[in-house]
Design a protein around this ligand. Structure first.
Ligand SMILES: *[C@@H]1O[C@H](CO)[C@@H](O)[C@H](O)[C@H]1NC(C)=O
Ligand SMILES: *[C@@H]1O[C@H](CO)[C@@H](O)[C@H](O)[C@H]1NC(C)=O
Ligand SMILES: *[C@@H]1O[C@H](CO)[C@@H](O)[C@H](O)[C@H]1NC(C)=O
Ligand SMILES: *[C@@H]1O[C@H](CO)[C@@H](O)[C@H](O)[C@H]1NC(C)=O
Ligand SMILES: *[C@@H]1O[C@H](CO)[C@@H](O)[C@H](O)[C@H]1NC(C)=O
Ligand SMILES: *[C@@H]1O[C@H](CO)[C@@H](O)[C@H](O)[C@H]1NC(C)=O
Ligand SMILES: *[C@@H]1O[C@H](CO)[C@@H](O)[C@H](O)[C@H]1NC(C)=O
Ligand SMILES: *[C@@H]1O[C@H](CO)[C@@H](O)[C@H](O)[C@H]1NC(C)=O
Ligand SMILES: *[C@@H]1O[C@H](CO)[C@@H](O)[C@H](O)[C@H]1NC(C)=O
Ligand SMILES: *[C@@H]1O[C@H](CO)[C@@H](O)[C@H](O)[C@H]1NC(C)=O
Length: 549
């Protein structure tokens, strides 16, 4: 299994030791017209020629294999960087860069911006400023062309994630002399690298952005029992088996949707516990809302959702259609939802700091997967403590994601329900007030959750009277006054103060008023994983600002 991901500013490769190969050839190039093109007699061309000739024959080798050169000013400036893989020596590095200069010029004749990747180096030029700017595109992914037997895909993915966490943390915290790390875990060898001009957080989030192709199972069957006489079709669904259940099976499993089996009532309908005849426990969401969506669209969306698989997401197993009934069948998660522990004066004793920290980190991973890793790029829109379920080991699993795709409501309906009572203290101001949702509005909700986990208190901001401070203002005030530990739940006094301080800091960064200032989930994961990284200072949170004006 060889998989490589190269983007502008960072690269990840991983491979099984046995199939590691290295050929000194061009891997990929991209000529971009984003900054326009130039003519032969232009100033840009003169600057570019000078730049390439310097890269080709007049740079002196350094230890870290990173070179930057600029000629000219303004729109005619030619800015270039070259970066060698952290494990090649400087002779090979300089020869690779030399090759790259000629090759790139041949391949991209008149575009102002171009990039080329070799196994050992990359070279890039543009008239835009280049240093310290993290750029994710263009990027490309290479698949393994050999067959490799992986007997346990989950174990492989877990080992890979664990290895990448360490490497990303190490590479990010590298100084300007090199942001590179490589290592081996259980026969998996991986290598990560960023251009060293990036900050630690830019580097880490660039690396976490990669959509990673993981081990896939071969074709799996989708049982469509709509037409019993039709042959069962094979659908190509990577790594997911999506089952259509018979209505009678679900009805029996849930004891005819009895009240005793009811687990709760969500925005889209009631959820029931069920037990299949095999003994397997399931949770069934009985969708109450009318949707304009047809059955085929619904099935397609369910199939897509069933592909979302991550240990911090509740797994969708299948669905059921019968008349007007639309049911979604999920894995059953035994320890109910986070709010039932966190806000219960007795049960919250089960949540010591270690568990809460694990929950904070797990939700971040799950959300990162939804935002970046899943190809579908799902925005949750309703992240809150009651949508975080806890498994037998108290690992968090996010539930209720993708509902906007499974039950699309028309605009007026969703606007109405937003105003008519679904408003919660988790909603980012731009979402609550203008209906603007984005990955960053999920980040806001995540920040609120983190602050709730730290304080053991609910953020019921808008229900409170004049004297009662909302949670975000309270957190901000304590942090600003240097009394942040006063904010922390008394029951967590035994936990790591460093981790708690860092989590308050991250929580406050996530709930900032300015959407652009909030970190994305990749950055949040980096901040949680790499303790050596210095965090930016937060500006006041949205709610705090509102209270002041
Ligand atoms: C480049 O040459 C074209 C004609 O070939 C001419 O119109 C243009 O003014 C020249 N540009 C510069 C910067 O000399
Ligand atoms: C090579 O670089 C040196 C110092 O940067 C410079 O003095 C010299 O002119 C350059 N040579 C060429 C051929 O560009
Ligand atoms: C980029 O080049 C300039 C000029 O040669 C140099 O001063 C600077 O240190 C370089 N930056 C990095 C990160 O190498
Ligand atoms: C790069 O060149 C294009 C014209 O080809 C120009 O529109 C753009 O503003 C330039 N970019 C910068 C950063 O100067
Ligand atoms: C540079 O190109 C030459 C000729 O194509 C090739 O033999 C050599 O391996 C290349 N070197 C590197 C480091 O890519
Ligand atoms: C080149 O990069 C652009 C911008 O990221 C992208 O849209 C385009 O598809 C890429 N082209 C190739 C051939 O990869
Ligand atoms: C890699 O594999 C995936 C899944 O099989 C496929 O969708 C994608 O097009 C492949 N990419 C390349 C570059 O071959
Ligand atoms: C950067 O880190 C490396 C390895 O940790 C170290 O050897 C080097 O001295 C550091 N360089 C600077 C400029 O701090
Ligand atoms: C990561 O960095 C730590 C601390 O510098 C070091 O002990 C460890 O060996 C590194 N691990 C890898 C895989 O590079
Ligand atoms: C979580 O669930 C497991 C399995 O059902 C159970 O053994 C455990 O006691 C539960 N934990 C808490 C804190 O309730």
């Amino acid at each position: 299994m060889v998989s490589l991901q190269f983007s502008m500013s960072c690269l990840i490769t991983f491979t099984f030791l046995v199939t590691l190969t290295a050929a000194q050839k061009v891997v990929h190039h991209n000529c971009s017209d984003i900054s326009g093109s130039f003519t032969r007699n232009s100033t840009y061309n003169a600057n570019l020629n000078r730049l390439l000739s310097t890269f080709s024959s007049n740079i002196s080798a350094n230890d870290y294999g990173f070179y930057n050169i600029s000629y000219g000013q303004g729109p005619d400036a030619a800015n270039g960087i070259a970066l060698c893989r952290g494990d090649v020596n400087s002779d090979v590095c300089l020869r690779c860069i030399k090759n790259a200069t000629t090759e790139l010029r041949n391949r991209c004749s008149n575009e102002k911006e171009a990039i080329i990747w070799y196994d050992y180096c990359m070279l890039r030029y543009t008239n835009r400023s280049i240093m310290g700017v993290m750029q994710l595109g263009p990027y490309f992914v290479m698949n393994n062309t050999n067959n490799v037997m992986v007997t346990d895909g989950d174990a492989f993915n877990q080992a890979l994630s664990a290895l990448l966490d360490i490497l990303i943390s190490n590479a990010s915290s590298g100084n300007a002399s090199g942001k590179f790390a490589t290592g081996t875990l259980q026969k998996i060898k991986a290598l990560v690298q960023c251009t060293p001009d990036l900050t630690a957080i830019q580097c880490g989030s660039c690396l976490y952005h990669c959509v990673f192709s993981r081990v896939r199972k071969s074709n799996v069957k989708l049982e469509t029992n709509h037409e019993p006489n039709e042959p069962v079709e094979d659908h190509e669904i990577s790594s997911a088996e999506c089952i259509q259940y018979d209505f009678s099976i679900i009805r029996d499993a849930t004891n005819d949707f009895s009240d005793a089996n009811k687990l709760g009532q969500g925005g889209f309908g009631a959820v029931y516990k069920g037990k299949l005849s095999s003994g397997e426990l399931i949770a069934v969401k009985r969708i109450a809302t009318e949707s304009g969506q047809g059955d085929v669209e619904f099935i397609n969306e369910v199939q897509l959702m069933a592909q979302l698989q991550h240990r911090n997401l509740v797994r969708l197993l299948g669905f059921c259609l019968e008349g007007n009934e639309r049911l979604l069948v999920y894995e059953f998660v035994p320890n109910a939802s986070l709010d039932q522990f966190l806000f219960d004066p007795v049960k919250c004793a089960n949540l010591d700091w270690e568990k809460r920290y694990k929950i904070i980190a797990g939700i971040a991973r799950g959300l990162l997967y939804l935002h970046e890793d899943s190809r579908l790029r799902i925005i949750h829109r309703n992240l809150k403590a009651s949508n975080v379920l806890l498994d037998a080991e108290m690992n968090p699993k996010i539930s209720d994601f993708g509902m906007a795709r499974l039950c699309p409501l028309d605009q007026t309906q969703s606007a109405t329900s937003r105003i008519a009572g679904t408003y919660t203290g988790y909603m980012a101001p731009e979402y609550a007030m203008q209906g603007h949702f984005s990955a960053k509005s999920d980040v806001f909700s995540y920040g609120v959750l983190v602050l709730e986990l730290l304080s053991g208190r609910e953020n019921n901001a808008f229900d409170n009277g004049e004297n009662v401070e909302d949670l975000l203002s309270y957190a901000w005030r304590n942090w600003k006054d240097g009394t942040a530990m006063d904010f922390v739940d008394d029951r967590l006094k035994d936990g790591s103060k460093d981790e708690q301080m860092r989590c308050i800091h991250i929580g406050l960064l996530c709930v900032q008023e300015d959407v652009a200032q909030r970190p994305n989930m990749a950055s949040v994961v980096v901040m949680l994983t790499s303790h050596s990284i210095t965090l930016p200072l937060p500006s006041p949170s949205a709610i705090f600002m509102n209270n002041n004006t």
